[in-house]
Design a protein around this ligand. Structure first.
Ligand code: ADP
Length: 593
């Protein structure tokens, strides 16, 4: 709007003489009317001259401050601000209404607006995707030559869409060229990254070659700012991504330069060294890393120039084992060592499982051999008794022991087979039927009772409890394991109770003993495979494989149910609870199995 006003006020060649020239000779200059007209005319000329001088001053100031465009732009908002200042200055210097930068997008082959543009709305900018071969912009981009057009509407080269969309009368389009120069300012490389367009010369004038020359100079500056900024932004973003990755990975990473100064120590490494998460960059290694093996590893790698891979243990009580690997970073040109990168992978769990597996193999063979030795011993004794040394009752006792040991073997082998099914990813198929819990629980109590005189095993089931839909064999296996443990881990005897209760949609069975109990720190781990309480001699001296509860958990889950340690007190006993849904199929479906 203000431009139109300016245009109206602007004296033209037809309207009047150039500043300082003679006033129009319409009436006698001596008449009062003529004098007033002459005065008004001169006032207009002076006003116009003042305006032009101000514009010129602005141009000069803008030209002198162009050099103030920061050479290092590192973020996208910074680039936007810098370009915002730049397009304003271009508009001022060239006296254009609209300025826009179009950048070549190699992925789409288009020239797209790089914001901010001046004199056009964001909505218009979004519609200005031009194919890199189309219109004046495309031609300039392809030919690396500037173009002035002073009659946009009738110029066959200008894209009609853009002309009407932006109401363009005239313009200049110059290529954005990145020029790489050597130390002696000789041009070594040239690359076009897009174009700069200015449209609509102010004061209704045409653009001239002087404007074009000026715009080319400004475009070179703009291209340099954009390309530097893009490089910095790319580097900064890559660095940030890398930083985020280092911070979030659970592998410890420490980078120390050849003078022993820390360049990077990520949160996983800080955690490993029991240090607060951040704030190590630039600090001497000896001030931060007090842990002997870690510091030795870094120092030795730097001293010997030899990369190393070792296993180190950190922490006394809750010891952690790390697989540590150092790598030397050298300068590409001189091969001189610059820094050492150390990576620490926590393998505590892997080592623990390995140890447990080894222990498991030996316990299983022991558990298999014990009943076999006993069976073989009693059978041999009976076979060798040709003279009838043993009476009927003793023989029967021997046979009962053989029978019990066979049961023990069968249970162990069945546990092992189930474990191998679970481990190989095959499910535990259910063979569902209506199970009378009163009968099943009583039978289990009765089956276990003959093995012990010190325990009183009883099953308590509400009379009105309806049969439960379950796999009878698997339910037997669950309870055999829990009751077996209750007896096994209460070496001084006591009550073992199997109590069933109706929970509405499910049935709960609690197995309670008065035995050794489970120390607090083992409570949430006893369901892991191979896990055994090894704190006290009582637990350790009782044989076992560490797979019973793991299996019980899987068997309960196969029914859509769960198992947990309800309570435990060291020296006072434990209660394990199983909850099984009355409709296992619906429960499994709901769980998404
Ligand atoms: P295991 O063959 O060793 O008995 P389980 O998986 O059945 O394997 O049990 C894991 C560990 O949990 C046992 O080694 C034992 O230390 C502990 N545990 C299980 N049941 C009881 C219990 N009723 N009382 C005390 N400790 C128990």
């Amino acid at each position: 709007m203000s431009d139109d006003r300016n245009r109206d006020e602007q004296p033209t060649a037809e309207q009047g003489p150039p500043p300082g020239g003679a006033a129009p000779d319409v009436e006698s200059p001596d008449s009062p009317k003529g004098l007033r007209r002459e005065l008004e005319h001169y006032r207009a000329v002076v006003e116009e001259m003042t305006r032009r001088i101000r514009t010129l001053e602005d141009e000069l100031e803008a030209a002198s401050t162009m050099a103030e465009v920061p050479s290092v732009v590192v973020t996208r908002p910074e680039l936007r601000n810098t370009l915002g200042r730049l397009v304003k200055k271009v508009a001022m210097i060239i006296q254009a209404e609209k300025v826009l930068l179009l950048l070549h997008q190699p992925e789409t082959g288009k020239l797209s607006v790089l914001p901010p543009a001046l004199g056009i709305t964001e909505e218009q900018a979004n519609h200005l995707d031009i194919a890199a071969e189309d219109g004046i912009s495309g031609w300039v981009f392809q030919n690396r030559e500037s173009v002035i057009f002073n009659d946009a509407l009738n110029d066959p080269r200008s894209s009609k869409d853009v002309v009407s969309l932006l109401a363009i009368r005239n313009g200049i389009c110059v290529p954005l060229v990145i020029k790489q120069r050597d130390e002696e300012e000789r041009l070594v490389d040239e690359r076009v990254i897009g174009v700069m367009n200015v449209y609509n010369k102010r004061f209704d004038e045409d653009f001239g070659t002087e404007d074009m020359r000026l715009l080319e100079m400004l475009a070179e500056q703009a291209a340099a700012v954009i390309s530097n900024a893009q490089l910095y932004i790319q580097l900064t973003e890559e660095k940030e991504e890398l930083q985020d990755a280092f911070e979030s990975i659970n592998v410890g990473v420490i980078v120390v330069n050849k003078s022993g100064v820390i360049r990077l120590l990520n949160p996983a490494a800080a955690n490993m060294l029991d240090l607060p998460e951040n704030g190590y960059h630039g600090r001497p290694m000896e001030d931060v890393i007090t842990d002997g093996p870690v510091r030795d590893l870094l120092e030795q790698t730097l001293e010997t120039g030899q990369e190393r891979a070792v296993e180190i243990s950190i922490g006394e009580e809750d010891e952690h084992i790390y697989q540590a690997q150092t790598t030397l970073m050298t300068r590409e040109d001189t091969n001189e060592v610059e820094s050492v990168v150390a990576i620490f992978n926590d393998i505590t769990e892997i080592r623990r499982v390995e140890k447990m597996k080894t222990a498991f193999v030996s316990t299983v063979s022991h558990e298999l051999r014990t009943p076999l030795t006993s069976i073989k011993g009693f059978i041999s004794t009976l076979l060798e008794d040709d003279e009838g040394m043993y009476d009927e009752e003793t023989r029967r006792e021997f046979l009962i022991i053989i029978n019990e040991e066979c049961d023990r073997l069968t249970r162990l082998i069945s546990d092992l087979l189930n474990i191998s099914r679970i481990e190989s990813g095959r499910g535990l198929d259910l063979n569902l039927s209506d199970v009378d819990l009163s009968q099943l629980l009583s039978r289990i109590a009765a089956n276990h009772q003959p093995y012990t005189k010190k325990h009183q095993i009883e099953a308590i089931v509400p009379e009105d409890l309806e049969p439960l839909r379950a796999d009878a064999d698997k339910l037997t296996q669950i309870l055999d394991n829990l009751v077996g443990n209750a007896v096994k881990y209460s070496p001084n005897g006591g009550k073992v109770q199997i109590i069933a209760s109706d929970q509405g949609d499910s049935v709960r069975i609690d197995v309670t003993d008065e035995g050794l109990g489970i120390p607090e720190r083992h409570r949430d781990r006893i369901f892991q495979r191979f896990h055994q309480v090894d704190d006290d001699i009582d637990h350790r001296s009782i044989g076992g494989t560490g797979i019973g509860l793991y299996l019980v958990q899987h068997l309960a889950q196969a029914h859509g149910g769960r198992v947990w340690l309800e309570s435990s007190e060291v020296g006072e006993g434990s209660t394990f609870s199983v909850e099984l849904p009355k409709d296992p199929e619906a429960a499994l479906e709901q769980r998404g199995d």
